[in-house]
Write a protein of this length. Sequence first.
Length: 572
Amino acid sequence: MSAAPADPGGLLAPLASARGDLSVVRQLIAGQYGKRLLQLRSAADTLAASAQGQVTPQRACYALLARIQREQPEVFRSLLLEPDIAIWLGSREGHPGALGHIAAAAAILTRWPASVTVPVTGGVLFLPGLGQAIIGGTRETAHAVVQVTSDGVSVTGDTSIRLPRDLTDITDCWQPIRRLAAGKDVRLRVRFAADGPIADAFRAFYPATSAPQHEADWRQALAEAWRILETWHPVRAASIAAGIRAIVPVPPAENGDAVSGTHDGAFGAIAASLPSRAEDLAITLVHEFQHAKLAAAVDLVRLHGPDEGARYYAPWRPEPRPLGAMLQGIYAHLGVTQFWATQRQLEDSGKFLRAHVEFVRWRDDTWRACREIAGAASLTTAGGMFVNMLLGELDRLRAEEVAPEARRMAGLIAREQKVSWRLRNLEVDHETARSLAVAWLNGDAPYAFPAGPARHLEVPRAVEGTRLRLLYRHLNGDTGNFPHDRHAADHLYVQGDYRGASDAYEERIVQNPDDLDAWGGLALSASAGGYSTPDALAAMPEVVAEIYRQAAAVRQVPQPPRDLVRWLSAAA
């Protein structure tokens, strides 16, 4: 491991516990504030250098901000921690108008007399922490002057407007930022960021949507989710309330699944689509705030070196992940595990298996992922310490007793993820697979596929996720009859008819040897049923599938796929 500075401020141990230590969150927020002060100064210095010593509006803006920081430090600090400002200051290309926008907003918030020239895009002026002024005009880019006096605020560009005295009021020329609030004992207050720089930044990761983002729906869902957190997870709720400042609504995935994410450069903001269950939104808040905390911690202590190309299996992702992303996923899912550790103790959770199964699933998968990266060469000394601390917390959780049925269901889900991941991402040598296929077709003595790492595909193959969605329907209490359609084998598998599922998957493979989802189903049903010798198929489904595809290319294959599995499993 490479050397790294000592743990600053004793951050790592309480951070690794992942239990919502409010003092840790405050330390991270302080670090983010310091980072943004440096970014603000860097932006001012860059503009000053380009001006070659001339007095510019940008330098005047920086001087105004310095005065406001001295006179009203708390207002200045709160403004600078806005995620929209983080996007501006962290941009590689820079935002030439950032100083003006920030200075104008600071002057308005403090009622500091000022006249600030700011750029305007498409007739709209965004003021961080406040809202949008609509000044009109036909030019794509222009400039306007924000005038703050004791009489109020005016904005003059192609036209002149006055902002309302109460900046929470909506007028034809002023749209205040929208806020959501929830909670009784632990209050959460966040911006509903459907627009602005932070929303634009997340659109690079999530597709744009024309579907309206109904604030009322979010308000109700957040109230229900927050009731879960402040009632049963009050310590964690307090840390989330202190750290999250904005929720960016984004559309769900194409298959309807809820999605969420954070932006490494914008602590305090999370993006999320609206899930159907309050419990799922509560989990999203926990999960994404874990990501936000670790991203902020990495600004204070280096946990690993540059990406050296190593890739790892992440049970929560469809593709292989580098070390830094693995560490992020492990930390996020430790928080998820702790959430379910509490939820499964509640009386109401006894209605369904889900809380118990989710606890086992994420506890064991996160522990295995953490073990996989422990000792990675590019971990720093601090990073190695942190991973060992995470393992210690996961070991403690693994000591908790679990009902056999929950363990069984969690095992089904874990195997589903691993088998599908291998089929999606791993490619074996085609010539070697062709040789084995010919030997099988000719009735030769079986021999094993040579040991050695398979190649990770740059573009993963498509594998359906129907089985996993059906398993979760079952966990959520939806045990009604399933229709008999293309996914009849999946329905049989979820209902526990492993023999019937295996036969149905095998029929699909004979008809289409490239049906990777059917290969995954065959491996899983054979393993769960325990009625055949599934070792080769369960351990290396991508190898068996490729050999069978090669055999089908050589000639019409009369033997069923399970004959190939038995032939391979008989190899010495």
